[in-house]
Design a protein around this ligand. Structure first.
Ligand code: GUN
Length: 289
């Protein structure tokens, strides 16, 4: 069997077009466009590319983008003061601070300071908690994007065995919650898991989010399984690869995402959708400030 490729780039474009059309409808009614503030600290080249893609997606969808490109030496107090100002600005709907952060800034403190109602990354404990109790509001972008990729295959998720590799706060944990919400039987694997192989071998859905190149071997994939690779790792020769051995996994899986061009574009598209959702939720007072 050779897997069908899940074209994340194309599916992301559809999501962007849908979001743009909803924003155009608002504008036609005389309502304002959503606004996203993106804060970048320092000059990490990978972060600069991610942020550029987010700002380009704002342009494409008609979201007003506020750029805060700050030096890596920005103090935690200065960053917290900026977030506080944006939290209180009624014209700002989404606030995102691109990670990784400089070592002197505590990420947890920054995430918890961003108002839950403007947390378009879906990282705040409030938003993760909403997902956990089956009342999602602002959903973590990458996991929610993965759900849309899974839905694009037309496969019914209810009752499927899903294995998530990786338990990070931003990706692995909300991913497991999203799959649970979709009715899957979910297993989370991590560094203490006794036999990763034995879990992968019985999975109908494998979501790899460990950040370890080629951790998931192609020969472990159950024939016909859906394989979603969230990992994006740079090898010594400069090339990019995922957490899954793509070439061999592709020969066994039913569906598979490529790296790059799979999950990455969906994260950005979902961020745009979340920014519009944040504005709508605040307008309808459905989310506490
Ligand atoms: N760094 C890498 N991916 C992300 C993301 O989705 N959001 C933020 N804030 N930082 C990131």
């Amino acid at each position: 069997m050779t897997a069908q490729i899940i074209n994340g780039k194309a599916i992301a474009e559809t999501t962007l077009t849908e979001t743009k059309s909803l924003i155009d409808k608002r504008l036609a009614k005389g309502l304002r466009a959503p606004t996203l503030a993106v804060i970048l600290l320092g000059a990490d080249p990978a972060s600069a590319i991610y942020v550029r893609n987010k700002r380009l997606a704002c342009e494409k969808t008609g979201i007003r983008s506020l750029a805060y490109d700050l030096p890596a030496s920005t103090s935690e107090a200065e960053l917290l003061a900026l977030i506080d100002k944006l939290n209180h600005d009624d014209e700002v709907d989404g606030i995102l601070v691109q990670s990784p952060f400089p070592a002197h800034i505590e990420e947890k403190k920054i995430i918890e300071t961003i108002s839950a109602s403007k947390d378009v990354d879906g990282f705040h404990a409030y938003n993760i908690g909403r997902l956990a109790v089956r009342q999602p509001t602002l959903r973590s972008c990458t996991p929610y994007g993965v759900i849309k990729l899974l839905q694009s295959t037309g496969i019914k998720l209810l009752g499927l065995d899903a294995v998530v590799v990786g338990v990070s706060n931003h990706v692995g944990r909300p991913m497991a919650l999203e799959l649970l919400l979709a009715g899957c039987t979910v297993t989370s694997c991590h560094r203490h898991t006794k036999s990763l192989q034995s879990h992968i071998e019985r999975a109908d859905i494998v979501v790899a989010a460990a950040g370890k190149p080629h951790l998931v071997k192609g020969e472990w994939i159950k024939p016909g399984a859906v394989v979603i690779d969230i990992g994006i790792n740079r090898l010594a020769d400069g090339s990019l690869c995922g957490d899954v051995e793509f070439a061999t996994a592709k020969e066994r899986a039913g569906w598979i995402t490529p790296v790059p061009g799979g999950v990455g574009p969906m994260t950005v598209a979902t961020l745009m959708q979340n920014t519009l959702t944040a504005l709508e939720l605040r307008e309808s007072s459905l989310i506490p400030a």
